[in-house]
Design a protein around this ligand. Sequence first.
Ligand code: NIG
Ligand code: FE
Length: 415
Amino acid sequence: MSAAGEEPGRLLVRDLAQVATPAGAAAPLRVTELRAVEVLEDAYVLCEGGRIAEVGEMRRLRTRGEQEEVDGRGLSAIPGLVDCHTHACFAGDRVEEFSLRSGGATYEELHAAGGGILSTVRATRAAGEAGLVQALERHVGWMLRAGTTTWEAKSGYGLDRDTELAQLRAVRSAGGSATWLGAHAVPPELAEEGADAYLDFLLAEVLDDAAELADAADVFLERGAFDDVQARRYLEACRGAGLALRLHGDQFTEMGAIPLAIELGARSVDHLEATGPDGVAALARSAVTGVLLPASALFLGRPMPPARALVDAGAAVALATDFNPGSAFCESLPLVCSLACTQLRLAPEEALAACTVNAAHVLGAADRKGRLAPGFDADLLLVAADDWRHVAYHLGGPVVHTVIRGGRIAWNSRA
Ligand code: NIG
Ligand code: FE
């Protein structure tokens, strides 16, 4: 095996029962393209220098010089999963709140009473940068073991200059795509002054440095958080600083997130559990991707987003975990794929495309991530079954056999 730090050598994954990948080269995928998964039986994937060099049937494999080999018998390869929406950079947990919710307290009530997001803000501020880096490392390990090789994580648990920037630095140095969610909640010290005063502070004191560290900006457009006028102000300033735009929208209430996302040319609008027919139609006509988070809807006992209607109307949709300590303590995209098939009525092929190609598109990385094809990054999930669809079929099962990232074995269930 090549030593860490060195250029990865040649890695051959051979005798795979199946290699399955979204077909074609376009991104994002819509309507029938979302179902087009190419499956090769009795196949191999050859990785070289961290990229995929060849994908083919075993009978076409030409022997060559020295290489590391992985025995793929009984396994199926799919692209390493792409989690385009997480809040993985947090300290502490909210198991106490989980317990209260099981007794009937609602997420919005806990938030309004100073718990919820604000309790994670207290824990994250208290952890310090080293503590935060450690917590993130642990969470990224969980994500890797669930088959995620590319991930995004947001700030939004600092709500002060130092902790917001520490979150963004931690995400970048752990290899993630960083999103500045400064506008997640109004911090307790500015509760009296309110959301506008907090935005004044964010845009004057934090934006310039955040824009150096983050790829995108995000806002929680919701009652009790930020309204459409405030969201517009924040996003326009972030766009001016060169950041791509994302929105948390239509989670509990439709407050204009979809029209705003379309008007501002956002990459995505995420959640959509409360989206009605007009929102579906508008999103379908637009270039904005709808990011669906069924684990969050499940965890909060909320309605599922109108996924089938969105796909059938022509919208680009992605799937993500929303991994966070409050509304979705779940890092597993395989579980999200199961929910997509059982709750959102998506086909396994649509679910796969939504958490590979389309998720990579949301992160601006669809030219390198999300497909098993020559030239793409050598990120593979070896599913522990001879039919790749077990990744969605085996609800909560041990479907991740091996994870390869950048042409190296990053995790192996047998090790
Ligand atoms: O996407 N809704 C806003 N933000 C997160 C939850 C964050 C939290 O509860 O800590 C979400 O669900
Ligand atoms: Fe979220």
